[in-house]
Ligand binder design. Structure first.
Ligand SMILES: [Zn+2]
Length: 184
């Protein structure tokens, strides 16, 4: 079935291509072999990204386990992944809203202990505010939570959150959203 362009009504052709996922706010994330539709008349593009929640979970995990320092874009990504406004973020981190904004905009560098705390919260979250009534879903949530907390303790025990470097992160994700990381 052919698609019509939303901008000009022209016909869209589909391509499988690598996509630099700038939409997530991280310019270095590349999605491997993504289906794109491109208008043959005006060049307008649309993407088909399956399982976006899982993709964002993978990106957050990669940021958390990377030894790279958190810059503004990573902090903004994790804040939004955790579902927080700047106000909520400030409250969770125990700083003023102004200080939280300066981290997210990259005008101030996050200190080591704050970075640890954010990485730990991102490794655990996002947490649904209300558990579903169904028992089976509840136990699934609790299982995930237990797994996440175990992971945080393992990270701390393995000193994974120490020895942070200023190297920037490069990330390529294949179709099942398994990230390959490279530092540059
Ligand atoms: Zn078009």
């Amino acid at each position: 079935m052919s698609r019509k362009c939303r901008d000009c009504g022209g016909s869209m052709a589909s391509y499988i291509e690598d996509h630099q996922y700038v939409e997530c706010g991280l310019s270095y994330v590349v999605l491997h072999a993504i289906k794109k539709f491109r208008c043959e008349r005006c060049g307008s593009e649309t993407l088909q990204i399956p399982q976006q929640a899982q993709l964002h979970r993978s990106i957050a995990d990669a940021i958390v386990s990377s030894p790279s320092r958190l810059g503004g874009p990573e902090i903004k990504f994790l804040r939004s992944h955790l579902g927080w406004s700047n106000q909520q973020f400030a409250r969770m981190m125990g700083v003023s809203e102004e200080a939280a904004s300066r981290w997210a905009s990259g005008t101030a560098t996050m200190g080591g202990p704050s970075e640890r705390l954010l990485k730990m919260l991102a490794a655990i979250g996002p947490i649904d505010q209300e558990f579903e009534d169904f028992e089976d879903q509840k136990s699934a949530h609790l299982g995930m939570l237990q797994h996440a907390i175990t992971r945080v303790f393992a990270m701390l025990a393995a000193d994974e959150l120490d020895n942070l470097t200023t190297k920037s992160l490069h990330m390529k994700l294949n179709r099942d959203w398994a990230p390959q990381l490279a530092a540059a």
